[in-house]
Ligand binder design. Structure first.
Ligand code: UDH
Ligand code: MN
Length: 348
C-alpha cells in the first residue's frame, strides 16, 4: 500500500516537472526570437496602401511574394536619394524597325502588370503615366522601350496605363486622359500623373517624371520644331500634374473631339485656379517625336476656338465630374495596363 502511494506521488511529481520544463523551454524560445521579430519580419507597409481596393491589394501582395525584389524583409527601406545615381543625362535614342514587344518585355523583367518600384529604396513619388492611344502600336512599342528604363533610372514607383479608344468614332485625347485618371486612382493612390502622347520620346533622363508644387510642362522642345516651344503658353504633349492639381481643375474638358484645343483648355483651367505652369530647363526638356502624318479619325477640330471661349463658364461642369464612359476591357499586360474604353461620340 505505502509503496504504491509513493510511486503514484512520484509519477504525479514527474508530470509536473515535465510540464514546467516544457513551459520554460517555450518561454526561452519566445525570448530568443522576439528580439529579432521586430527587425527581420516587420513589413514595410505603406499607409497609402490602405486606400488600395482589397482585391488589388491581394494581387499586389501576391506579385510581391513572387518577386522578392519588391519585398524588403530585413529593414525598412530608406527613401531614395534626392538625385538618382543611375541618371545618365542625354542619351541616343534608337528606333529599330525590327523591335518587338517580346524583346522589350525580356529587357524589363522587373516590371509586373505595368508597374515597377525600386528594390533597394523607397521611391519619392508614385507616378501614373497615362497614354491616350488608338492605332499607333509601333509608336507605343518605341515609347515602352525607352520609357521603362528611363523611369527606372529615375528610381520611381510607377505604372504605365494605355487608354485605348474603342471603335472608330472621332478621337478624343482629353476624354481618354480623364478616363485614365479615374481608372488609375481605383488601383492605387498615385500622387502624380504624367499625361503623355504616345509619339514623344524623352531624350534626357534629367527631365524628371515627378510632380511639382505647380503643374509642369515637360516638352520645351522637340526635334521636329527645332527644340523650341511651339508657342507661348503651349501645354501639350507631356505634362505632369498632381492628383490634387488635376482634381482642382476638374481634369480636361470632355468636349474636344478631333485634333487641337484640349491642351489650351487645360492651360486656361490651370490659370483660373491661379496656378502657374513650370518647365524644366530647355536643355533637358527635349523630345524626339516619332514621325507621323495626321491620323484618320482625328481631323482638326473646327470648334476649338469657340469651345476655348467658353472654358471659364464651362469648366466646373465639364470634366472629371461629368466624364461618362463604358470600360470594354482592362488587361494587365507585363509592360502596361491596357484600358479599352467606349467614350461615345460628339453629341451634335
Ligand atoms: N492619338 C492616337 N491615335 C490617333 C490620334 C491621336 O493614339 O489616331 C494620340 C497619340 O497619343 C498622339 C496624341 O493622341 O500622340 C496626339 O495626337 P497627334 O500626335 O496626332 O498630335 P500632334 O500635334 O500631330 O503631334 C498633329 C498632326 C500631325 C500633322 C503632321 C503634318 N506635318
Ligand atoms: Mn504627334
Amino acid at each position: 500500500m505505502g509503496l504504491c502511494t509513493a510511486a503514484k506521488k512520484f509519477s504525479r511529481r514527474g508530470k509536473y516537472v515535465v510540464l514546467i520544463g516544457l513551459l520554460l523551454s517555450v518561454l526561452a524560445w519566445i525570448a530568443t526570437f522576439s528580439g529579432e521579430t521586430d527587425k527581420t519580419i516587420s513589413f514595410n507597409f505603406d499607409p497609402t496602401l490602405t486606400l488600395v481596393r482589397q482585391d488589388k491589394l491581394r494581387d499586389k501582395l501576391n506579385s510581391w511574394t513572387r518577386a522578392p525584389g519588391h519585398w524588403n524583409l530585413s529593414t525598412e527601406k530608406d527613401e531614395c536619394p534626392k538625385e538618382s545615381p543611375l541618371l545618365v543625362g542625354a542619351s541616343k535614342l534608337s528606333f529599330e524597325s525590327s523591335l518587338n514587344l517580346k524583346d522589350v518585355e525580356s529587357k524589363n523583367k522587373g516590371v509586373a502588370k505595368g508597374a515597377y518600384e525600386p528594390a533597394d529604396c523607397k521611391a519619392r513619388q508614385s507616378v501614373a503615366i497615362l497614354i491616350p492611344h488608338r492605332n499607333r502600336e509601333k509608336h507605343l512599342l518605341y515609347l515602352l522601350h525607352h520609357l521603362h528604363p528611363f523611369l527606372q533610372r529615375q528610381q520611381l514607383h510607377y505604372a504605365i496605363y494605355v487608354i485605348h479608344q474603342a471603335g472608330d468614332a472621332i478621337f478624343n485625347r482629353a476624354k481618354l486622359l480623364n478616363v485614365g485618371y479615374l481608372e488609375a486612382i481605383k488601383d492605387f493612390s498615385w500622387e502624380c500623373f504624367i499625361l503623355h502622347d504616345v509619339d514623344l520620346v524623352p531624350e534626357n533622363d534629367r527631365n524628371l517624371y515627378i510632380c511639382d508644387q505647380q503643374p509642369k510642362h515637360l516638352v520645351v522642345g522637340r526635334n521636329v520644331t527645332g527644340y523650341k516651344l511651339r508657342y507661348k503658353g503651349y501645354f501639350g504633349g507631356v505634362t505632369a500634374m498632381t492628383k490634387d492639381q488635376f482634381l482642382k481643375v476638374n481634369g480636361f474638358s470632355n468636349n474636344y473631339w478631333g485634333w487641337g484645343g484640349e491642351d489650351d483648355d487645360l492651360r486656361v483651367r490651370v490659370e483660373l485656379q491661379k496656378m502657374t505652369i513650370v518647365r524644366p530647363p530647355a536643355d533637358v526638356a527635349r523630345y524626339t517625336m516619332v514621325f507621323h502624318k495626321r491620323d484618320s479619325g482625328n481631323q482638326i477640330n473646327k470648334n476649338r476656338m469657340r469651345l476655348l471661349g467658353q472654358t471659364t463658364k464651362m469648366w466646373r461642369n465639364d470634366g472629371l465630374n461629368s466624364c461618362s464612359y463604358k470600360i470594354v476591357s482592362v488587361e494587365r499586360m507585363p509592360l502596361y495596363v491596357n484600358i479599352t474604353v467606349d467614350i461615345g461620340q460628339p453629341q451634335s
